[in-house]
Ligand binder design. Structure first.
Ligand SMILES: [Zn+2]
Length: 289
C-alpha cells in the first residue's frame, strides 16, 4: 500500500487536516495546495488557513499552533526574552525509545525543549510567559516543563509581573514516570505562592490540555480562558471510554466546561491578544490607583 505523503495530496486528492499536519506540510518542499477541514470537510487552500492563524475560515475549527507561531501572535513584536534555554529533557529512566523521540521532535519543532518561557510585552505591558508546543512528544509534561513553568512563575513572583501560561498537554510524560508526576506538586506550589504574593495569572487552555497539566498549573489561573473546541480534561476520552460508560457528545469540550464554571470564557484565537491586553491593563491600572 502506498504511503500517504504530502506530495500525493493535491487539489484533486485532498486529505483531512489532522493534528499538526498543517504546519508540517507547509514546511515541506512540494507542499499541497489544499486540505480538507476535518470538521466541515471543506476544501481549503493551505495558504488561506495559515493566513487565518491555523483556523478554518469556514467553520472556525482551531488547529494546533507551534509555540513560536503562537508567541508571535500574542506578544508585541521583538519583545520576547527567552529564559532557561539550557534546560532540555534527558532519558534519566532509560525508557525505551525515549531518546529517539526527543531527537525526532527537536528536529521537527526546531525547539530545544518542549516549552518556551521568558518575558515579553503584551500591549506594552510586561509579562512573564510560558507557551507549550503539542508537536513535542504530544506536549506531555516532564521534568523540564515542570522546572521551566516553575521558574517562570517564580520570576513573575519576584518581579511582580502578570503571568500568562498557554497550555497544551497530552498529560504527564510516561517516559519520565514519577519524575513527571512530581511536577504537579511543584508547579501548583509555585502558583500558590505567586497568588499569595498578589500576582495575576491568566491561564489559556488550547487543544488538547489533559492529565497532570489540567490537575496542576493549567487550572490555577485567576482567569482561565480556552480556545473554541479545545478538549480539556484529566483522563482522556479513550481512558474514560474503557470504563464502558456512555460519554456525552460534548464530553471534555471547552463549550461544555464553560457552562460548569470550570473555565471562565471561550475566546477565538483572533481575539486572544486583545483580551490579554484588556485583562492585564485592567489589573495594572487597578494596582496603580
Ligand atoms: Zn472547517
Amino acid at each position: 500500500m502506498e504511503a500517504k505523503t504530502a506530495t500525493n495530496i493535491r487539489t484533486k486528492n485532498p486529505t483531512s487536516l489532522d493534528l499538526g499536519v498543517c504546519q508540517q506540510r507547509t514546511n515541506m518542499d512540494n507542499t499541497p495546495d489544499t486540505i480538507l477541514c476535518r470538521n466541515c470537510n471543506t476544501e481549503i487552500e493551505i495558504d488561506a488557513i495559515v493566513r487565518n492563524h491555523k483556523v478554518c475560515p469556514v467553520c472556525d475549527t482551531h488547529y494546533p499552533m507551534g509555540a513560536s507561531e503562537r508567541l508571535n501572535l500574542l506578544i508585541d513584536e521583538g519583545t520576547f526574552q527567552e529564559t532557561d534555554t539550557n534546560l532540555y529533557s534527558i532519558d534519566s529512566l532509560e525508557f525505551p525509545e525515549y531518546t529517539e523521540k526527543l531527537e525526532r521532535d527537536i528536529a521537527k519543532t526546531g525547539l530545544r525543549s518542549e516549552m518556551l518561557t521568558g518575558t515579553a510585552k503584551i500591549g506594552k505591558n510586561d509579562v512573564a510567559i510560558a507557551i507549550g508546543d503539542v508537536g513535542f512528544i504530544g506536549g506531555t509534561c516532564g521534568a523540564v516543563i515542570g522546572e521551566k513553568v516553575t521558574r517562570c512563575i517564580e520570576h513573575a513572583s519576584e518581579n511582580q509581573l502578570p503571568l500568562v501560561i498557554i497550555s497544551v498537554s497530552g498529560g504527564m510524560r510516561m517516559q519520565e514516570g514519577t519524575l513527571a508526576l512530581m511536577q504537579m506538586a511543584k508547579t501548583a506550589a509555585a502558583c500558590t505562592e505567586y497568588t499569595n504574593n498578589g500576582g495575576f495569572y491568566i491561564s489559556v487552555l488550547t487543544d488538547p490540555t489533559f492529565g497532570g497539566a489540567t490537575a496542576s498549573y493549567s487550572s490555577l489561573g485567576d482567569v482561565i480562558i480556552a480556545e473554541p473546541g479545545a478538549r480539556i480534561g484529566f483522563a482522556g476520552p479513550l481512558a474514560v471510554a474503557s470504563l464502558q460508560e456512555e460519554l456525552p457528545e460534548d464530553f471534555q469540550k471547552a463549550e461544555t466546561l464553560v457552562t460548569y464554571g470550570f473555565i471562565d470564557n471561550i475566546v477565538h484565537r483572533s481575539g486572544m491578544r486583545q483580551l490579554l491586553i484588556d485583562l492585564i491593563s485592567f489589573v495594572n491600572e487597578k494596582e496603580a490607583n
